[in-house]
Design a protein around this ligand. Structure first.
Ligand SMILES: Nc1nc2c(ncn2[C@@H]2O[C@H](COP(=O)(O)OP(=O)(O)OP(=O)(O)O)[C@@H](O)[C@H]2O)c(=O)[nH]1
Ligand SMILES: [Mg+2]
Length: 209
C-alpha cells in the first residue's frame, strides 16, 4: 500500500489450523506473497487467552474457551484480514511440575517461539488478581533473555475494584525485572483494553510498535 499506514478492518477473521509440531505449522502469506506478521498470546492456563482473542476480534468461540484449565493443547493459528496471524498457545502451568519450557509446556511450543522469524510480538497475559507464579516469571525471563518483544496484559480486571486493580498492577510490575515494559488492563466483560490491543496490533502490522 502506498502513501500511508495499512488499515486493518478487523472484519475478516478466521481459524486457519491447529498444529502440534513444526511440520504442521502453516505458512501464512499475505496476498502480496510476503509472510504475515505474527502475534502470539501466552500465559498460564485459564488466564483468559482464548477469551481475550474472541473479545478483541468480537467473535464468539473463534478460540475455544473453557472453565477447565488446559483446554487449548494445540497451537492454534488465526488470520486477520490480509494482515496478521494470531497464535493462541496452550497455557503453561496446568501440570504440577517445576517450570521447564520443555517439560511443563512442550518442546513444540518452545520451538515455535524460538523459530518464528515472523513473530513480532508476544502478549504475555497475567491474572491481575494474583502475583506472578514461578512459571510466569520463568516465561517472562525466557522472553527477555531471547529478546522477544513482549507486552503484558493484566486480565480479568473486572474482578477487582479500581483501586485494587492499580495496586495489584504496581505490585506485579515491581517483581518483573524489566523497567520499561509495556502493559495494559483487559476485561472481556467490560471490553476495557480492546481498543488498546487493536491499536497495538495496527502498529505491529505497520512495523511501528
Ligand atoms: N470475569 C472475567 N472472566 C474471564 C475473563 N477472561 C476470561 N475469563 C474466564 O476465565 C476462564 C478461562 O478463560 P480461557 O479464555 O478459556 O483461558 P485460557 O487462557 O485460554 O485457558 P487455556 O486454554 O486452558 O490455557 C473462562 O471461564 C472465562 O470465562 C475476564 O476478563 N473477566
Ligand atoms: Mg485457551
Amino acid at each position: 500500500m502506498t502513501g500511508g499506514a495499512k488499515k486493518v478492518h478487523w472484519n475478516s477473521i478466521h481459524f486457519v489450523t491447529s498444529a502440534q509440531n513444526k511440520e504442521q505449522y502453516p505458512k501464512l502469506n499475505a496476498s502480496s506473497g510476503k509472510p504475515l506478521v505474527e502475534v502470539a498470546f501466552v500465559g498460564r492456563s485459564n488466564v483468559g487467552k482464548s477469551s481475550l482473542i474472541n473479545d478483541v476480534f468480537e467473535v464468539k468461540n473463534l478460540a475455544k474457551t473453557s472453565a477447565t484449565p488446559g483446554k487449548t493443547q494445540l497451537i492454534n493459528f488465526f488470520q486477520i484480514d490480509d494482515a496478521l496471524a494470531v497464535i493462541d498457545l496452550p497455557g503453561y502451568g496446568y501440570a504440577k511440575v517445576p517450570f521447564e519450557l520443555k517439560k511443563a509446556w512442550g518442546k513444540n511450543i518452545q520451538d515455535y517461539l524460538e523459530r518464528s522469524s515472523e513473530l513480532s510480538l508476544i502478549f504475555h497475559l497475567l491474572d491481575i488478581r494474583h502475583m506472578p507464579t514461578n512459571d510466569d516469571l520463568a516465561f517472562f525471563e525466557w522472553a527477555t533473555f531471547h529478546k522477544k518483544k513482549t507486552t503484558i496484559i493484566f486480565t480479568k480486571v473486572d474482578k477487582l475494584k479500581p483501586n485494587e486493580k492499580v495496586q495489584n498492577a504496581k505490585k506485579i510490575l515491581s517483581v518483573l525485572s524489566n523497567n520499561d515494559i509495556e502493559w495494559l488492563y483487559y476485561s472481556t466483560k467490560t471490553h476495557e483494553g480492546q481498543k488498546e490491543v487493536r491499536a497495538i496490533l495496527s502498529k505491529v502490522i505497520n512495523g511501528t510498535y
